[in-house]
Design a protein around this ligand. Structure first.
Ligand code: ATR
Length: 263
C-alpha cells in the first residue's frame, strides 16, 4: 500500500521489507538512520523491543507500550504508535461507532491487546474489560488504565467469564493470535453473541475467522482487521512524508495484496 501511495503521488520513495533478528534491532535502527532511511514500520517482536532502542518516544506510544512506526528526525530515532489510531478509525468506518462512553471487551493481553485496551481508555471508553488466558499479563494494562477515568476489569478468557460480562458490552475485539491458523478456536459459542453486539477481529487473513463466523451467524455486526492495517499505515505514511495519505489508492493496493481482489 505504501509503494502504491508513493507512485500515486509521484514520489521517488520505496517501502521494503527487511528481516532483522531481535538482538540486532538496535544496530539495524542505527544503521537505517545513518543511511538516511526516513522511516520504518516494526512488527512482532520488535514493537515492544524498540522501546529500549530509540532516542525519543511519542507520549501515546509510551502509554500503549509499543512502537510500530519509527521516524528519523534531525538525526534522532523517534518512536510512534499508529496502531491505536488505526483501530479507532477502523471501528468508526466499519460500525460507525466512536469509543467514547462505550463498553469494550478486549480478548488478549499481548502487544495488540494492550494497545487497543489502553487506546479505548484514552479515547474515553466507559468500561474496558480485558480477557486473557494468562491473567498476569493483564497487570500492566490495568496499571495504565488506572490513570484514566475508564472503569477496568480483568477476567480469564473462558466462556463462563465472558458470559458474565457480555451483557454489559457494546464491542468485542479479538486481539489474540487465535484465528490465524486453520482450526484455531477461542471456544466461544454462538450463545454468547447477539445482534446488538459489534465484533471486531484484528486478524485479516483469513478474512473470516471462526469468531467472526460464529458471532456473525448469531446476528452480531462483524468486521476483520484489514481496516486497522490500512489506517495504521496511512497514519505512518503521513508521519514520514508530511503529506496526506491517498487512502483510496492504499486501500485498493492492500486489498489486492491481501485478498487478490482486483475490484
Ligand atoms: P501480539 O503482539 O500480536 O499481541 P503476543 O504478545 O504474542 O502477540 O500476544 C498473543 C496473545 O494471544 C496473548 O494474549 C495470548 O495469550 P497469553 O497471554 O495467555 O499467551 C493470546 N493467545 C495465543 N494463543 C492463544 C490460545 N491458544 N488461546 C488463548 N489465547 C491465546
Amino acid at each position: 500500500m505504501h509503494n502504491a501511495a508513493f507512485e500515486a503521488l509521484k514520489m521517488n520513495w520505496a517501502y521494503l521489507a527487511f528481516q532483522v533478528a531481535p538482538q540486532d534491532l538496535r544496530t539495524a535502527l542505527q544503521g537505517a538512520r545513518d543511511m538516511g532511511i526516513v522511516g520504518i514500520n516494526l512488527t512482532v517482536p520488535h514493537k515492544i523491543l524498540a522501546l529500549d532502542c530509540i532516542d525519543e518516544i511519542d507520549a501515546e506510544a509510551s502509554k500503549l507500550g509499543a512502537v510500530n512506526t519509527i521516524a528519523m528526525e534531525r538525526g534522532k530515532i523517534r518512536g510512534f504508535n499508529t496502531d491505536g489510531y488505526g483501530f479507532l478509525k477502523a471501528i468508526k468506518e466499519e460500525f460507525n461507532l466512536s469509543i467514547r462512553g462505550k463498553r469494550i471487551l478486549v480478548l488478549g493481553a499481548g502487544g495488540a491487546g494492550r494497545g487497543i485496551a489502553v487506546k479505548c481508555a484514552l479515547d474515553g471508553a466507559a468500561r474496558v474489560v480485558v480477557a486473557n488466558r494468562t491473567l498476569t499479563k493483564i497487570v500492566p494494562i490495568a496499571q495504565e488504565i488506572r490513570n484514566t477515568k475508564t472503569e477496568f476489569l480483568s477476567i480469564a478468557l473462558i466462556p463462563d467469564e465472558i458470559r458474565r460480562v457480555i451483557p454489559e458490552v457494546d464491542l468485542v475485539v479479538n486481539a489474540t493470535s487465535v484465528g490465524l491458523k486453520d482450526g484455531d478456536s477461542l471456544g466461544l459459542g454462538a450463545d454468547l453473541f447477539s445482534p446488538r453486539l459489534r465484533v471486531y477481529d484484528t486478524i485479516y487473513r483469513p478474512a473470516e475467522t471462526e469468531l467472526l463466523q460464529i458471532a456473525g451467524g448469531a446476528g452480531a455486526q462483524v468486521a476483520n482487521g484489514l481496516g486497522m492495517l490500512l489506517h495504521q499505515g496511512a497514519k505512518a505514511f503521513e508521519i514520514w512524508t508530511k503529506r496526506k495519505a491517498p487512502l483510496a489508492v492504499m486501500r485498493r493496493a492492500l486489498r489486492t495484496a491481501v485478498y487478490g481482489d482486483k475490484s
